[in-house]
Design a protein around this ligand. Structure first.
Ligand code: HEC
Length: 172
């Protein structure tokens, strides 16, 4: 059986199970769907309202992130977030937000969905904007007096934006 046919068969079994009252799954209402639909694309059109300053982000970072990423984002032990620009083509590339990430909007998405590591989803949107502003400022992408919101974040251009080469080979 092909992979698609197999998936379709599984889906039909799941539907049948539900229809017959085995209590599997539940209908998704609009509110539940909205809560799960947090993806922010590169152009940032899905970014929520709110804003945050570099200063507020620095304070939050010190309390909630520095223990794992280092006081300046360069020390670790967990991934280095700051610096590394100009090292990608060297013998010791340091991949960070500033040296590697092609889109600033991804940073908002990533922090909101995944950090802090031990309590993902615990930050509100203003706090995520502030942390995004702080990390972008630490990487020299925005000035220290920046207050970041959706409009500003969507217009930022990351240093390594043109460092990716589209792979035109067909995928299987
Ligand atoms: C308990 C340790 C811990 C804390 C606290 C923590 N992080 Fe992380 N962070 C990690 C780990 C581990 C990874 C790598 C996760 C992976 O690759 O799956 C990571 C990855 C990241 C990345 C992606 C780095 C990259 O280039 O791939 C960002 C950005 C980030 N964290 C930001 C934050 C921010 C902002 C906070 C504070 C709100 C925070 N982290 C708090 C452990 C932590």
């Amino acid at each position: 059986m092909s992979r698609h046919a197999w998936l379709l068969a599984m889906l039909l079994v799941a539907c049948a199970a539900r229809a017959e009252g085995y209590g599997l799954g539940h209908a998704v209402d609009a509110a539940r769907l909205r809560a799960a639909d947090t993806a922010i694309g590169p152009r940032g059109v899905e970014l929520p309202p709110g804003s945050g300053s570099v200063a507020a982000g620095a304070e939050l970072y010190g309390r909630q992130c520095a223990a794992c990423h280092g006081a300046h984002g360069t020390e670790g032990p967990d991934p280095v977030l700051v610096g590394g620009q100009g090292t990608l083509a060297s013998a010791h590339p340091v991949q960070t937000i500033g040296s590697y990430w092609p889109y600033a909007t991804t940073l908002f998405d990533y922090i909101r969905r995944a950090m802090p590591f031990t309590a993902p989803g615990s930050l509100n949107d203003d706090e995520v904007y502030a942390l995004t502003a702080f990390l972008l400022a630490a990487n020299g992408v925005v000035p220290q007096d920046t207050v970041l919101d959706a409009a500003r974040l969507a217009t930022l251009r990351m240093p390594n934006r043109d460092g990716f080469i589209p792979d035109s080979r067909p995928r299987h």
